[in-house]
Ligand binder design. Structure first.
Ligand SMILES: [Ca+2]
Ligand SMILES: [Ca+2]
Length: 208
């Protein structure tokens, strides 16, 4: 049996592969062993998703801006839902949805969206480059849910969106099949009814 050294300088007997793997899991093997042509566990896959730290969602008419907090990422094929002023639990209860694991939720703390009619949205990355939008505008009467039919289609064309009563909103789901376009504005919905404005939301989708 070959002899080697572990991190502590103790002589150890090099064991069959499964025992080496176990010692590696326990953090007992130093780099020296991994350099000796022995089997090395594959590197973990890179994190999935797109980092959207400090990206900005800008609402026009009236004007509001929400800057995505540092450390925010949108999972591949996933969603980022920005609720106007509600906890995730309250938001889910109001819309009667359980946001799926690939949907990130942010409470904007009443900073946006603020939907009363005629609003549209534009998305910028952290360098100020326009990524998507501006979108079509909410109807002047508001109370609607606008949903992108396909991420590939222009955000500014009415034909790229469906518009229905806000009761049909789909926070955290519903994206079209897409074309690996990246991050898009996928939905924006009013929440009609007295006091329900806190549940207004805008949804981004990661089309990858
Ligand atoms: Ca409203
Ligand atoms: Ca949706």
């Amino acid at each position: 049996m070959e002899l080697g050294h572990d991190r502590l300088g103790e002589r150890i007997a090099l064991a069959p592969v499964h025992r080496i793997r176990r010692r590696r899991q326990l953090g007992l093997l130093g780099a020296r062993h991994r350099d000796r042509g022995q089997r090395v566990a594959p590197a973990p896959p890179p994190p999935t998703g797109t980092d959207v730290s400090n990206w900005r969602v800008v609402q026009a008419n009236s004007s509001y801006t929400f800057t995505l907090p540092a450390g925010t990422a949108i999972p591949d094929h996933g969603y980022l839902v920005i609720g106007r002023n509600a906890s995730k639990a309250a938001f889910e209860a109001y819309w009667n949805v359980a946001l799926p694991p690939n949907a990130v939720y942010l409470d904007a703390g009443d900073s946006m969206p603020v939907i009363n009619g005629d609003e549209n949205f534009t998305l910028y990355d952290a360098t100020g480059r326009k990524v998507d939008g501006r979108t079509v505008s909410m109807s002047s009467a508001a109370g609607r849910s606008y949903q992108r039919t396909n991420p590939c289609l222009s955000a500014s064309k009415a034909s790229s969106w469906t518009s229905g009563p806000d009761s049909g909103a789909t926070p955290g789901s519903g994206a079209g099949s897409g074309c690996a376009k990246g991050i898009v504005i996928n939905e924006f919905s009013d929440a009609s009814g007295t006091g329900n404005y806190v549940y207004e939301f805008i949804e981004l989708h990661n089309d990858r």
